[in-house]
Design a binder for this molecule. Structure first.
Ligand code: GDP
Length: 455
């Protein structure tokens, strides 16, 4: 679809609601709105100014469909940078769909996923990292995710990447001039000055990369498994964290056979929790499947909360859990700390942290929350500062960093400035692909196709 066509889509969820909004964007947006909408005041829609509204009815031909409010935005002062008309109808699924069909009949093309935001990008309203932030803002599950997305939408990451690119571009231009016009009295940049510039850029990129995992955990949530043999208090912990009875808690060993899942907030973190079937040596086949499943979940989880019964000495099954947690991000929770303690703590030395809790009395949850932030590296992440939001950004940043390091190596090993410049250009390319200034069509298509229709 070419960018000069006028597009339309329903921008609100397809469900019954207070309002259903149809967004129309493009050169013919306002004349198409005029074809389907008649203001009560009988004013002429095509001469309405930007940022004005009219109340009236939406028509399909001569048949009135719904009452609506029409909002007009004139280019370039709109989300997409084009003329935009928005019809706010009553939010019934049928009504909104029928109004959209009337708009399409009047000449609009159905919008592709993310096409409004793509047009905003192509018209210079947003860069690529800001467009990605729009998507993250929509899908944010909690305060941290929303705060980080808003920071990115305000351009914090773009500014950082552009500043880094500017430093490299200035040095590259200087080196190129010095190589091309050695006779002109261009003073050669001192090696120290160049190295200082490159190291500064490398440090910026390294900081972004180092905070990536911790930032992702904070903004996107973490796949977490509560593991442990039967009866140590996994279900009780799950219920304590999620605030209501989801898992069946009984005193008989082996009652939680299936996986119960829940998304909970623990302090600043969002945990996608799975309480697995108790890990124990199974006697029957069904239980065996549950146990296997539980062990596999430990392997796949990003975070393991391994629960032990502090009132009992460690058993063979506990030792199995400990072995399985080796090399994982795992925290040992010594539960039932309200009872006399008999567990050998030394055996838990390999865990990131060992925390006494009482799931039954909700004791020790604050300490657990702090340990979770620390094990995920999220304790030092500042959501009001620039951070990388997705795998594309991480990979691009890593590529830029490796090119900068190559340039540093070339400088230090006395290679020609031309050689240094090849790596420098590659680094600039990687940085400007991230912001979108040098991104190819395939990258742009890939990013916007993940959006929802109507955004
Ligand atoms: P699961 O099999 O690991 O899910 O264990 P449950 O959550 O079903 O708990 C097993 C038993 O331990 C139940 O009787 C719980 O009430 C008890 N329990 C769980 N947490 C605590 C605790 O912190 N202190 C005490 N005293 N008992 C607990």
């Amino acid at each position: 679809m070419n960018q000069s066509s006028t597009i339309a889509a329903v921008s609100t969820p397809v469900a019954a609601g207070g309002l259903g909004v149809i967004r129309i964007s493009g050169a013919d947006a306002i004349s198409i709105a005029a074809a389907v909408f008649r203001p009560v005041s009988e004013k002429n829609v095509t001469t309405m100014k930007g940022y004005t509204a009219a109340f009236g009815k939406v028509y399909d031909g001569d048949t009135p469909i719904d009452e609506a409010v029409l909002l007009i935005f004139r280019a370039p002062h709109s989300y997409t940078g084009e003329d935009v008309a928005e019809l706010s109808c009553h939010g019934g699924v049928y009504l909104v769909d029928r109004a959209l069909r009337a708009v399409i009949k009047a000449g609009a093309q159905p919008a592709a996923p993310g096409e409004f935001t793509k047009r905003a990008f192509l018209n210079g309203k947003l860069d690529l990292t800001e467009a990605e932030a729009v998507m993250n803002l929509i899908s944010a599950q909690g305060e941290q995710g929303a705060a980080a997305a808003l920071t990115a939408l305000e351009g914090a990451l773009s500014r950082k990447l552009r500043e880094a690119a500017q430093v490299l571009i200035a040095d590259a231009a200087y080196m190129a001039a010095w190589v091309d016009y050695p006779d002109d009295e261009i003073e050669e940049l001192s090696q120290e000055r160049l190295l200082a510039d490159y190291r500064g850029v490398a440090e910026t990129l390294e900081n972004l990369l180092n905070n990536y995992e911790g930032g992702r955990a904070l903004t996107q949530g973490v796949d977490t498994v509560i593991a442990g043999k039967p009866n140590v208090g996994k279900s009780t912990l799950m219920n304590c964290l999620s605030g209501f009875d989801r898992s069946i808690v009984t005193a008989a060993a082996g009652t939680t056979r299936d996986v119960v899942e829940d998304t909970v907030r623990l302090g600043k973190m969002v945990l996608r929790l799975a309480d697995t079937a108790g890990i124990r040596r199974a006697d029957n086949e069904a239980e065996q499947i549950g146990v296997e499943f539980a062990l596999n979940r430990i392997d796949r989880a990003e975070l393991v909360l391994a629960v032990f019964d502090g009132s009992q000495p460690l058993s063979e099954e506990d030792r199995g859990v400990i072995a399985r947690c080796r090399g994982k991000r795992a925290i040992a929770l010594v539960n039932k700390c309200d009872l006399p303690q008999r567990l050998e703590r030394d055996a838990l030395d390999g865990f990131f942290a060992v925390i006494p809790i009482s799931a039954k009395n909700a004791d020790g949850i604050q300490a657990l929350s702090e340990a979770v932030l620390a094990v995920l590296g999220s304790d030092s992440v500042d959501t009001s500062a620039a951070m990388l939001a997705n795998e594309r950004q991480r990979a691009g940043c890593e590529l830029a960093l490796s090119c900068v390091k190559e340039a540093v190596d070339a400088l230090q090993s006395g290679m020609t400035l031309d050689a240094v410049n090849v790596s420098t250009d590659a680094a600039v390319d990687a940085l400007l692909t991230l912001t979108g200034e040098r991104a190819g069509d395939a990258v742009i298509h890939e990013i916007f196709s993940k959006f929802c229709v109507g955004k």
